[in-house]
Design a protein around this ligand. Structure first.
Ligand code: MN
Length: 186
C-alpha cells in the first residue's frame, strides 16, 4: 500500500509541476480541497476512489495513471489478472481494478469494477470526448446516463459520453461485476 500512496503522490506532484498549477489552482480545477491535496502529496492520507476520479478528471487525465503503470511494448503478450489491493479501506462497496492501465499510444484503459450489494457510485464528468463502454459480466447493474438509471444485465453493454455526471449502482443483494473500457481523445 505504501508504494501505491507514493505513486499517487508522485503522479499528482508531477502533473502539478507540468501544468504549473498551485495547490489553490488544483483545488479549483478538481473540486478537491487544498488540505486534502496536500495530505495526498505528503502521503499522509489515501484518497478515496471518488476523490481520485475528481483529481484525474480535473487534470483531464486517466484514472489508472494514478494507480498503475504498464510498459508500452506490444511485441510480447501481456497477461494480467487485474487482482489488486483495496485502494482505500473506506471504499468497502466498490473495487476498481485496472486490468489494463492507460496507455499513451492506445488512449484507453480497461477496468474490472465490482459493486457490492447496495453500492451507488457517482462519477464526475470526464474531459470532453471521453467515452465509456460498460459491459456487465456478472449480476445486474444500473448505469446513470443522461439523468436516467439504465439497467444492464450480464452480457449487455452500454456506451456513453462520459463528459457528464454519471454513475454505477447495484441494487441487488449479490455482487455485481462489470468491465469499463474508457477511451480518451488524443
Ligand atoms: Mn466515469
Amino acid at each position: 500500500m505504501k508504494d501505491l500512496y507514493k505513486h499517487i503522490s508522485l503522479t499528482l506532484k508531477t502533473l502539478r509541476r507540468e501544468r504549473g498549477w498551485s495547490l489553490d489552482k488544483t483545488a479549483e480545477e478538481t473540486g478537491v480541497s487544498k488540505a486534502m491535496l496536500g495530505q495526498i502529496e505528503r502521503e499522509e492520507s489515501s484518497p478515496t476512489i471518488a476523490t481520485l476520479w475528481k483529481i484525474a478528471s480535473g487534470f483531464g487525465t486517466s484514472f489508472s495513471s494514478f494507480i498503475a503503470d504498464i510498459g508500452t511494448d506490444f511485441k510480447a503478450p501481456i497477461h494480467r489478472s487485474g487482482k489488486t489491493k483495496h485502494l482505500h479501506p473506506e471504499d468497502k462497496k466498490i473495487r476498481v481494478m485496472p486490468l489494463f492501465p492507460f496507455d499513451k499510444e492506445l488512449h484507453f484503459e480497461i477496468f474490472i469494477i465490482e459493486l457490492l450489494p447496495g453500492c451507488e457510485h457517482l462519477s464526475p464528468p470526464h474531459k470532453h470526448g471521453v467515452i465509456e463502454h460498460v459491459i456487465a459480466v456478472d449480476g445486474e447493474i444500473e448505469i446513470l446516463v443522461d439523468g436516467t438509471w439504465q439497467p444492464l444485465k450480464k452480457g449487455e453493454g452500454l456506451r456513453f459520453n462520459a463528459n457528464q455526471p454519471h454513475g454505477y449502482r447495484n441494487l441487488t443483494s449479490t455482487l455485481a461485476c462489470f468491465h469499463d473500457i474508457i477511451h480518451y481523445p488524443e
